[in-house]
Write a protein of this length. Structure first.
Length: 84
């Protein structure tokens, strides 16, 4: 087997590293999402009801990203067939 084929089959990353990067990205996205949505919603000419619905939706999306970030590391051992 040539060196290029061996290089193509080499492991680049581990499952735990991928889970940690995914967790960090979810937490950063949750923190960044809410202020960006608030800025965008305040620039639009919305009624009070529409603004409240938009803020609630942004809060729900931020919370979902936090929950996803908490669940990603749990999925690594389960995917390998072990319990967390």
């Amino acid at each position: 087997m040539g060196p290029i084929a061996r290089l193509a089959k080499a492991r680049v990353t581990t499952a735990l590293f991928d889970a940690r990067v995914g967790q960090i990205l979810c937490f950063v996205a949750a923190i960044a999402l809410f202020p960006l949505v608030v800025l965008k919603l305040t620039r639009l000419q919305l009624t009070e009801g529409e603004l409240i619905i938009g803020l609630l939706a942004a809060g729900a999306c931020s919370l979902l990203l936090v929950v996803l970030g908490l669940l990603i590391p749990i999925s690594v051992p389960v995917r390998k067939g072990r319990q967390a």
